[in-house]
Ligand binder design. Structure first.
Ligand SMILES: Cc1cc2nc3c(=O)[nH]c(=O)nc-3n(C[C@H](O)[C@H](O)[C@H](O)COP(=O)(O)OP(=O)(O)OC[C@H]3O[C@@H](n4cnc5c(N)ncnc54)[C@H](O)[C@@H]3O)c2cc1C
Length: 400
């Protein structure tokens, strides 16, 4: 038998030590819970490049005491801007300055995802009540009379009074709750960073810019106090529709972006091509909890990245579960129920909106002309489309 004392005195097991799992461990430990994090990788690391964190997430990170560390490595952009990918024209922008920070009580931050993971990891390491166990791949989880039992690939088992599956898009824990599968969007993403002084074309260094166009988009923003520059290219693969195995390869990337504006074509030679990310989400499910086992982050609600909210929603989940255990300490069933009630509708709405936002970015024909017209007419002080997402809210509010 591995760690854990079993029964109602056992720890809370968190399966997966990504952004969601570590944020949950930190939030729960601050609510007075003992936590064991079981991570399959040999180390706690993130692959990929930049991450945008909106104020619905940075408010929580601040409340977890992490803002000082974030300030050291994060970038606080002054503006989010949308431009056309084919002609490099301005469509609309969102001011992220003092007024925005006052309005939402926290800043918009862009940072390297591994920097955020390290900050969360150090936060967990500073908590004596969090045990971090890398190299532990969970194969099976079960409810039993004493709580939960998790069995690892190496044969070790861990007992706890509750278990949170924060094991990502391909979650093992989710299989207990649903037989659904990830939905492939047919889009693929390439992303990477380059030292800012080496970039061949960059946007103003205080902006996050997305160039949107038919079936594709390109994003640029600075990271690591401005020393690194992040680039992301996303496109719809025709080869996916043709059933080709290596769909979305770098030749298709070149071909798709050959029609884009000069800025993108000048920037692209330095875009990372060594890894491609086919993009998946899942349909929302209404039930995340089975006995003392629940889900969090991408395991619960994987979404397309067009609203830049996957990690932000995982951080909201982490906060909600910490608050639920704090309010309902001693009654695990109630705490998990309150958590599920608070999170399923909201995250389903974000999942759905992420798909719609993607459709809007990638539309062509008359729809594209109408979108461009509407975006160009938008009052830059109009926050009505983001209020529901970024605005302050009770973490345990039962619906949105
Ligand atoms: C191109 C792209 C851009 C994005 N940009 C943004 C953005 O700007 N802002 C934003 O908020 N979100 C963004 N996202 C989404 C965000 O990256 C994810 O939503 C977030 O990382 C999910 O975190 P997680 O901890 O739930 O899952 P993951 O990061 O997938 O972590 C899961 C962890 O569980 C571990 N694990 C898996 N199986 C097991 C097992 N059986 N046993 C033990 N451990 C296991 C894994 O090794 C991993 O460490 C983007 C996503 C993509 C693809």
């Amino acid at each position: 038998m591995g760690n854990g004392t079993g029964g109602s005195k056992g720890p809370i097991l968190v399966v997966g030590g990504g952004i969601g799992g570590l944020a949950a461990a930190l939030s729960l430990s601050r609510s007075g819970q003992d936590v064991v994090v079981l991570e399959k990788a040999a180390q706690f690391v993130e692959i990929g490049a930049g991450l945008q964190l909106a104020p619905n997430a940075t408010r929580i990170l601040a409340s977890l005491g992490l803002m000082e560390a974030i300030r050291e490595v994060g970038v606080f952009p002054n503006r989010l801007r949308l431009k056309t990918a084919l002609t490099d024209e301005n469509l609309t922008s969102l001011d992220l300055g003092e007024g925005f920070i006052q309005r939402y009580g926290a800043p918009y931050v862009v940072m390297h995802r591994n920097d955020l993971l390290r900050i969360l990891l150090e936060g967990c390491q500073a908590q004596p009540s969090v045990e971090l166990l890398p190299g532990k791949e969970i194969k099976e989880v079960e409810n039993d009379a004493d709580g939960v039992i998790a069995t690892c690939a190496d044969g070790s088992t861990y007992r706890g009074r509750a278990l949170i599956g924060a094991d990502g898009l391909w979650s093992t824990v989710r299989k207990r709750l649903s037989d659904d599968a990830p939905v492939c969007s047919g889009y693929v993403s390439y992303r990477g960073t380059v030292p800012t002084e080496r970039t061949t074309a960059h946007a103003p260094l205080d902006e996050v810019v997305a160039w949107i166009g038919p079936g594709l988009h390109y994003v640029q923003y600075p990271l690591r106090s401005g020393n690194l520059y992040n680039q992301v290219a996303v496109f719809r693969s025709d080869q996916y529709l043709q059933g080709k195995e290596d769909w979305g390869n770098s030749e298709e990337l070149e071909e798709k972006f050959s029609v884009t504006c000069e800025h993108i074509r000048t920037a692209m030679p330095l875009l990372g091509r060594d890894h491609r990310w086919p993009m998946y989400d899942r349909e929302p499910i209404g039930r995340w909890t089975d006995g003392n086992i629940t889900l969090l982050g991408d395991a619960a609600h994987p979404m397309l990245q067009y609203l830049a909210q996957g990690a932000c929603q995982a951080i909201e989940d982490a906060n909600a579960i910490g608050v639920a255990f704090d309010r309902e300490s001693g009654n695990i069933g109630k705490a998990l129920n309150v958590y599920e009630q608070a999170r399923t509708l909201r995250t389903a709405r974000v999942q759905r909106n992420a798909r719609l936002w993607g459709d809007m970015w990638h539309i062509d024909g008359a729809g594209r002309l109408m979108r461009d017209e509407l975006f160009s007419r938008r009052d830059v002080d109009d926050h009505s489309h983001i209020e529901w997402l970024y605005g302050k809210r009770d973490p345990l509010a039962a619906s949105d």
